[in-house]
Design a protein around this ligand. Structure first.
Ligand code: FES
Length: 139
């Protein structure tokens, strides 16, 4: 084998190796993107949630409001979207009020009065049989 031929084989091998490495990285990126891990927390029966017309649930330091909205169960993170304060549910007005700067949210989490600009975050829930589960990704 000539030196020229040996150099060509070496460069060709390096080129194929580089392509294989890039391909593997691309496939790993496609399949290995950001994975959210949800923890399933049982909230109780749907009947109980419907009967209660909304429940406040604490899960490891976080507070959620669980209710039925337009026929479907929803869970709202009760952390105000303006800051880190926990809103409180005012039964009289049927709204959430933030004790820190006076933000007000409707029962479905939409903003009524600032300073918050974003609605209360919805947390995924899942119905399995007659049970409702909160899918918490915060931990
Ligand atoms: S933290 Fe809720 S209104 Fe500012």
């Amino acid at each position: 084998m000539t030196r020229r031929r040996a150099l060509a084989v070496t460069l060709h091998t390096l080129w194929i190796g580089t392509l294989a490495w890039l391909g593997a990285r691309t496939l790993a990126g496609v399949g290995g993107g950001v994975r959210r891990v949800f923890r399933k927390v049982r909230l109780g029966t749907l009947d109980r949630i419907v009967a209660a017309n909304g429940s406040i649930v604490a899960v490891e330091g976080k507070t959620y409001f669980v209710t039925i909205e337009r026929g479907s169960p929803i869970a709202l993170d009760m952390q105000c979207t303006h800051g880190a304060c926990t809103v409180r549910y005012d039964t009289e007005s049927d709204r959430f009020v933030c004790p820190c700067h006076g933000g007000i949210f409707q029962r479905d989490g939409t903003v009524v009065q600032g300073p918050p600009q974003q609605p209360l975050a919805r947390v995924p829930v899942r119905v399995e049989g007659d049970q409702l589960y909160l899918l918490d990704s915060s931990s």
